[in-house]
Design a protein around this ligand. Structure first.
Ligand code: GDP
Ligand code: IMO
Ligand code: MG
Length: 425
């Protein structure tokens, strides 16, 4: 099977960028299949740190091609900034010729961001806590069959098409929210950014990916967000607007399900969430703050403090089921070093009943977590490179999780750097 899929099993920020980077050398193509600049994927190596929003995390390897797939929504302004930052750091992707963009990927317009902000404002306390990148409104236009795609930027009437959609957005904003902020500067930046994007290969990516497959090359589909933010199966409506689960790799790249090989699911040794919505194991106390500070749990995209809590096994089991996960990656185990006791949520107390699954009405009825106490390991593990150095208590935490989840932990991440990764099996 030619295509492996790597995705987050929690509410995002599990460390996908780091692990894709670690695995990239073994693949010919890294392809993002959904989401947009709501994502912030962090990579660290050689003392340098990069945060990628739209660009796949395989760009630092010589022989690896990268594709922004059709399922992704692209904000040209953000993408231009990402490209410029990378160029300034010595990674000119135009010169390296290692980035391709799917013609069928949809465009985020400046007015999509205004709509996102207006929607959020209207919802007040019940807001989703979106990243305000225009994700929801762009996917709405995609499914509403109004969207503009990257391939359209080469059409002679692109400006008219753009204007037609903007006029619609402006009348929506006026009718629903009464005001329309001035977006002329962003509009200028948008068109400037398109000039840069035109210089990249805009491709029929479904053919390209399938040609890779035919030639026996290896493809890794890089997910954004996490399973619990999936539009269908996440904690709706507190979700993002795309299918973050494995099926999204098929629609987001144009590949058949039987081409999928390994499904690599990433989770943190604990749990975080940014934005609103249910989070059964959340710790709104000193322990939560300690996890936030030790784990540097602040959004890579928005800088917002991430909510923190213990690992949630019913949610993880659900994510593993939905995705058909074949290998697990546990990240940030080092953050738990120093905790005498750690906890795992094994079940929920849901209206007086002990259940081991996520209830449908999780947003209205807050299930209480039933926690199992686990011994912590009081050792710094950030420098370990051999399996024999793994503290016994960490190993028994991993053994416990493998037994509960029924999938092997293939990689263990013990720090943000590329090198701080152990292959377990
Ligand atoms: P992504 O969105 O899934 O790619 O994850 P983010 O980059 O948003 O957040 C993960 C954060 O944790 C980043 O700052 C990473 O550099 C960092 N990170 C990844 N793995 C580890 C790890 O094993 N230990 C520690 N301490 N940090 C990690
Ligand atoms: P990565 O790929 C964490 C969250 C937002 C909000 C909800 C909807 O870095 O893991 P949106 O802007 O998508 O309409 O926001 O989803 N969210 C993320 N949380 N990591 C992400 O991406 C996220 N992308 C969106 O905080 O709650
Ligand atoms: Mg992130």
């Amino acid at each position: 099977m030619a295509v492996d899929v790597l995705l987050g099993l929690q509410w995002g920020d599990e460390g996908k960028g780091k692990i894709v980077d670690v695995l990239s050398a073994g693949y010919d193509l890294i392809a993002r299949f959904q989401g947009g600049p709501n994502a912030g994927h962090t990579l660290e190596f050689d003392g340098k740190k990069f945060v990628l929003n739209t660009i796949p995390s395989g760009i630092f390897f010589e022989n690896t091609m990268n594709l922004i797939g059709n399922g992704v929504v692209i904000d040209p302004i953000t993408l231009k900034k990402e490209l410029e930052k990378l160029k300034a750091a010595g990674h000119d992707l135009l010169a390296k010729k290692n980035l391709l963009i799917a013609k069928k990927a949809h465009l985020i317009l400046p007015t999509h961001q205004l709509l996102d902000a207006a929607n959020e404002k209207k919802m007040g306390d019940g807001k989703i806590g979106s990243t305000l990148k225009g994700i929801g409104p762009t996917y709405m236009d995609k499914t509403g069959r109004n969207g503009l795609r990257i391939g359209d930027i080469t059409l002679p009437d692109f400006k008219e098409r753009y204007q037609k959609l903007v006029d619609k957005h402006v009348s929506m904003l006026q009718a629903l929210y009464g005001e329309v902020a001035d977006f002329s500067e962003r509009e200028t930046a948008f068109f400037e950014a398109l000039e840069l994007l035109r210089r990249f290969p805009l491709v029929d990516s479904e053919h390209l990916v399938n040609n890779y497959i035919k030639q026996g090359k290896k493809v890794l589909a890089e997910g954004a967000q996490g399973a619990m933010l999936d539009i269908d199966f996440g904690s709706y409506p507190f979700v993002t607007s795309s299918n973050t689960t494995a099926a999204g790799a098929c629609t987001g790249l144009g590949i058949a399900p039987q081409q999928i090989g390994e499904v690599i699911g990433i989770f943190k040794a604990y749990c975080t969430r940014v934005g609103g919505g249910p989070f059964p194991t959340e710790l709104e106390n000193e322990t939560g703050e300690e996890l936030r500070q030790t784990g540097h749990e602040f959004g890579a995209t928005t800088g917002r403090p991430r909510r923190t809590g213990w690992i949630d096994l019913p949610a993880l089991k659900y994510a593993i089921m939905l995705n058909g996960v074949t290998q697990l990656v546990m990240t940030k185990a080092d953050v738990l070093s120093g905790f005498d006791k750690i906890y795992a949520c094994t079940h929920y107390n849901y209206l007086g009943e002990k259940i081991d699954y996520m209830p449908y009405d999780i947003c209205s009825v807050s299930p209480e977590p039933i926690l199992k106490e686990i011994d912590g390991w009081n050792e710094d593990i950030t420098g370990i490179t051999e399996l024999s150095e793994i503290p016994a208590k960490l190993q028994s935490y991993i053994d416990y999780l493998e037994a509960e989840l029924g999938v092997p932990v293939k990689y263990l991440s013990v720090g943000p750097d590329r090198k701080q990764t152990l292959v377990m099996h």
